[in-house]
Design a protein. Structure first.
Length: 192
C-alpha cells in the first residue's frame, strides 16, 4: 500500500464528508461523531455510514431500490413511533396488484478504512462487543483495511400490518441506537 495514495483517499473522503455535512446528506444522528472522529485520527477515516432507520416504501419488487419509492424514513425511534403507523396506513392505499408496500428496519452501518491492522482489530473488537455480530474487515492493497460495522441484514415487513407490529420495528431501532452508542464510546476510548 502506497502511503501517499492512502493519504489522498483519506483527504478525498474527508472533503466529501464536509460537503455532505453542508448539504444535509449525512445522517444527523451520527454526523457530529463522524466529523470529530475523522479529524481526530490520522490513520483512519470513515465512509458511507448510517445510524439506522425505519422506512416505508412501495414498488414492484422488494429488492429493486432504484424503482421503489419512499413514503417515509425515520432515524429517531421517538419520531418513528409517532409517524410510522399513519404513513404505513397511508401507503397501504397503494396496495394494488402491481405494487408491494413494506416497512423495513435498516440497522446501523459504519464503514472505516484504516492504515494498519491494529486499528482495524480495535474497531472489530468494539463492534463485536457492542452486538454488531456481522462486522468484518478485509485487506485492500490500495486502501489498507476496510471495515464494515453492522448487525444482521435488513428486516422487511410486508404491509398491511397491525400498528403494534410496526411499532416493534421502532423498538428494535432503539436497541440498535443503544448498541451504536456503546460502539462509538468503545472506539473513542480505545483509539485515544
Amino acid at each position: 500500500m502506497n502511503l501517499t495514495e492512502w493519504g489522498k483517499h483519506r483527504e478525498e473522503a474527508i472533503k466529501k464528508l464536509i460537503r455532505d455535512l453542508k448539504n444535509g446528506k449525512v445522517d444527523s444522528e451520527i454526523a457530529s461523531w463522524l466529523q470529530k472522529f475523522n479529524f481526530k485520527h490520522e490513520g483512519i477515516y470513515t465512509s458511507s455510514s448510517c445510524s439506522g432507520r425505519v422506512v416505508v416504501m412501495y414498488g414492484k419488487d422488494l429488492l429493486d431500490k432504484k424503482n421503489s419509492r419512499m413514503v417515509c424514513s425515520c432515524h429517531r425511534p421517538e419520531k418513528c413511533r409517532r409517524y410510522l403507523c399513519p404513513h404505513a396506513l397511508e401507503a397501504s392505499g397503494l396496495i394494488k396488484d402491481e405494487f408491494i408496500v413494506w416497512a423495513a428496519l435498516h440497522p446501523p452501518i459504519v464503514h472505516f478504512i484504516t492504515i494498519n491492522e491494529d486499528m482495524a482489530e480495535i474497531i472489530i473488537s468494539c463492534a463485536l462487543s457492542s452486538g454488531f455480530t456481522h462486522s468484518g474487515m478485509r485487506r485492500s492493497r490500495k486502501l489498507g483495511y476496510v471495515i464494515e460495522v453492522r448487525a444482521f441484514d435488513k428486516l422487511h415487513l410486508i404491509l398491511p400490518a397491525d400498528c403494534e407490529v410496526l411499532l416493534k420495528l421502532c423498538d428494535m431501532l432503539e436497541v440498535y441506537k443503544t448498541r451504536l452508542n456503546m460502539f462509538m464510546k468503545c472506539v473513542d476510548e480505545k483509539l485515544k
